[in-house]
Each structure stands twice: as structure tokens, then as C-alpha cells.
Design a binder for this molecule. Structure first.
Ligand code: MEV
Length: 426
């Protein structure tokens, strides 16, 4: 690790161009020329766009986009762009989807496109009456919410429902108002946050309390995407494989330690598409894990059962707050291209494809884990990374990776030795 004394107080940094900021960082930390050159390279996101997306931009980072093949969702074949740094993720989806392609692929559905915003009210002596006073104002609340986004209302979205809960918190009860809004093809964070902020003064006025937080909930349980698929015994290699996978699922359903990893595998697929389409990976992740813990005990997001024919049936149901309009999805040219590849016209269609891929990813992991183990497939691809890390170039990467896998020693020290030997032979 580089050790240098850095002064992080840089005046006017935010007003500089990305190139000026990079030069400033270079001077501040004594960054070497190769690193500066690397950060200065144009990626698939031009710096001008990047500079308008976030603050203090100096560069952008490229993550590989791979295409998942064999995916059929609701009878339609779709090529799915996945942005991920993890080897095996794309391959696992291709394999899992191929194994259920002939039995119908993935059947999906969506609970709706409703988002929830919360308004926190404290300091009322009569919280139960305050709750009723807020509920009495439903028409007014609807008017205020819809007034924030007339365009959304024209597109068929807008205010849908009002719920007010009294929760017991440290320091006393709080009155929590939920406004439930159909945000259609937008993820909707900006929309519902604006509505919550606009409503807050009225809520304080109607109740005599004090409003603090006004923000969406990432537990988007009114925006659930669902996927289901059937894998026949022939497709997966017999009863023993099926039963091992069922047992793997039951392990995750019963044990939070396993469920965390099981769900992480689902998110390998989910987050890769969310990222490729410029959507908010953290929002979807927060939704997934909070939904997985909704019973009070963290559990599996997916289920596996045996159907009447003896086939394996998998399901996945999870919040999927993704949009097609607004945010990086609209601004990032690669996100736009990713959406074109999938040919999706609505946020729900996108959400459903993501759920299908999440299930495929999960199937792939469980199958590997219940049979040969995860390392066999993983190491084959990981070997390419290790080969590159030790300096293999061109066709050396493939040749060296093959040697490492054959030796069953995908390690840097072995890779360096073998590369030297390869070069010696050449
Ligand atoms: C690795 O990124 C994901 C897995 O650990 C998922 C799982 O264990 O189900 C293989």
C-alpha cells in the first residue's frame, strides 16, 4: 500500500474539469504516470456525460458486459446483457436457461409498479388519533401527490393508496405515513421523494407533531417480480441431482448463514442486469435482503419443489424497483444499448427478465454445489484472470489457463512459473 501524506482539503475541486481533477489528484498523492494514463483513457462512457452524472469525476471504470443466451421469458427469446466482474456468472445463466428452454423457459409476472414513500412524524401525544387525522385527509394527499407529477398521472401512474402506521420506537411512538404511488416506467425514487417532501408540512400541521424523514422505502414489496421454471429430470441429469438441489434449497430456507450466500448467488444475476441497464444496484439489493427478512428471520428468496411429473420447479419472488426512464438509465449510452438488446418497452418487462435471470443464476449455483462443487467451473474462468495477473498476453492467456486447470492449481505463484516455462519453450 502506498503511504503518503495527503491533504484532502482541495479548494475548488468540484469546479475543475475531470482532466484538471485527475492532475490535481496526481499531484496530491504522487500518482505514477501509468496510473494517470490508465484513468485518462476514454471508456464507453464519455467524460462529459460522466461529469454530469456524479460529482468530482476524474474517470470511469469499465466492467465487462456478457450476453446470457438461451433465455426464454414468457415465450419470447431474449439476449440478456449482464455487467459483472465475476467469472462464471454469465456462463451459469446460459447453462441453466438451456436446461429449461425446452420445458418452456421462464414464466414471469409482476405485482405492480408501486413504490412506497415514508413520512416520519414524532412528538404527538395522541399517535392513534394522529393516524386517523392523517387518513381523513386522503383526498387532499392524493391531490398533493398527483400535483407533483402531472406527467406521471397522464401516463396512468400517480397516487394509489395511503397507509398510516404507529410504530413503537426508542423514545416513544412514531406515526409513519406511507404514500403508495404507481411510478410506471420510472424507478420512482425522485417522484415519491418529492411527494413526501411536499406533503410533510401538511402532516405536521394536521397533527401538531414534528416531521423528520421523508424518503422512499427500499422494501419495495408492492413491486415484486416473480419467475418460475421447470427443469425435467432428463435435462438436469436425474433424481439424485434434483434431490441434492432440493436439499440445498431447504438448507437456505432454514439457515440465515446459508440463505445469505444463496441469495448472493441470485443477486449475481440480478445486479448484473441492473448495472448493465444503469439502474440502482443498491436499491434492488436493499429490497432483496429486506424482503428476504420480512418474516423476522432471513431466508431464501427462491423456492424449489418437485412437481407431479417429478421435475424440479423453481420460483423466485423479490422486489424489483427498476426503471427505463430517468437517472443513469436514460443518460448512460451503454445502458440504452443494453435495453435495446433486450427489446424491452416497459419497466415491468425489464423487471421480469431480471427475475428470470436471478432464478437461472440460483439454479446454476445450486446444481453445481449439489454435484461437482462450484470450484470446477469457477476455476476454469478464474484461471484466465490469474494468467493475466502474472502478465500473460495474447494466446498465452488461454494456454496458461489450460495448464493451471489441468494441474488443478489456479494460483499466482504456479502461474508465474508456468508462464516462464511457456515462454522458455516458445
Ligand atoms: C458465488 O458468487 C455465488 C455462490 O456462492 C452462490 C451460492 O452459494 O448459492 C456460488
Amino acid at each position: 500500500m502506498m503511504s503518503n501524506t495527503v491533504n484532502s482539503r482541495i479548494s475548488g475541486f468540484h469546479k475543475m474539469t475531470p482532466a484538471e481533477r485527475l492532475a490535481t489528484v496526481q499531484r496530491a498523492v504522487g500518482l505514477d504516470g501509468a496510473s494517470v494514463e490508465q484513468l485518462g483513457k476514454p471508456g464507453s462512457l464519455d467524460l462529459h456525460t460522466a461529469d454530469h452524472m456524479i460529482e468530482n469525476v476524474i474517470s470511469s471504470i469499465s466492467i465487462p458486459i456478457g450476453i446470457a443466451t438461451n433465455v426464454k421469458v414468457d415465450g419470447r427469446d431474449v439476449l440478456v446483457p449482464m455487467a459483472t466482474e465475476e467469472s462464471s456468472v454469465v456462463a451459469a445463466v446460459c447453462n441453466s436457461a438451456r436446461q429449461c428452454y425446452d420445458s418452456g423457459g421462464f414464466i414471469t409476472s409482476m405485482s405492480g409498479t408501486l413504490m412506497i414513500a415514508q413520512i416520519q412524524l414524532v412528538g404527538v401525544s395522541d399517535p392513534k388519533a394522529a393516524r386517523i387525522r392523517i387518513l381523513e385527509q386522503r383526498d387532499k394527499i392524493e391531490e398533493v401527490c398527483n400535483g407533483c407529477d402531472p406527467m406521471l398521472v397522464r401516463l396512468g401512474g400517480g397516487f394509489r393508496d395511503l397507509e398510516v402506521r404507529v410504530i413503537e420506537a426508542e423514545g416513544g411512538p412514531m406515526v409513519i405515513t406511507h404514500i403508495i404511488v404507481d411510478t410506471r416506467d420510472a424507478m420512482g425514487a425522485n417522484t415519491v421523494n418529492t411527494m413526501a417532501e411536499r406533503l410533510a408540512p401538511s402532516i405536521a400541521e394536521w397533527t401538531g407533531g414534528k416531521v423528520y424523514l421523508r424518503i422512499l422505502s427500499n422494501l419495495a414489496d408492492r413491486r415484486l417480480a416473480r419467475a418460475r421454471a421447470t427443469w425435467t429430470l432428463d435435462a438436469i441429469g436425474g433424481e439424485a441431482v434434483r434431490d441434492g438441489m432440493i436439499s440445498a434449497y431447504r438448507f437456505a430456507a432454514a439457515d440465515p448463514y446459508r440463505a445469505a450466500t444463496h441469495n448472493k448467488g441470485i443477486m449475481n444475476g440480478v445486479s448484473a442486469i441492473v448495472l448493465a441497464t444503469g439502474n440502482d444496484t443498491r436499491a434492488v439489493e436493499a429490497g432483496a435482503h429486506s424482503f428476504a427478512a420480512r418474516s423476522g428471520r432471513y431466508t431464501s428468496l427462491s423456492t424449489y419443489e418437485v412437481d407431479a411429473d417429478g421435475s424440479l420447479v423453481g420460483t423466485l419472488e423479490m422486489p424489483m424497483p427498476v426503471g427505463l426512464v430517468g437517472g443513469a438509465t436514460k443518460v448512460h449510452p451503454s445502458a440504452q444499448a443494453a435495453l435495446k438488446i433486450m427489446g424491452v418497452a416497459t419497466a415491468s418487462e425489464l423487471a421480469r427478465i431480471i427475475a428470470a435471470v436471478g432464478l437461472a443464476q440460483n439454479f446454476g449455483a445450486l446444481k453445481a454445489l449439489a454435484t461437482v462443487g462450484i470450484q470446477q467451473g469457477h476455476m476454469a474462468l478464474h484461471a484466465h484472470n490469474v494468467a493475466m495477473v502474472v502478465g500473460a498476453v495474447g494466446d498465452e492467456v488461454q494456454r496458461l489457463a489450460k495448464i493451471l486447470v489441468e494441474k488443478r492449481q489456479v494460483r499466482q505463484d504456479v502461474a508465474a512459473e508456468e508462464l516462464a516455462r511457456l515462454r522458455g519453450e516458445g
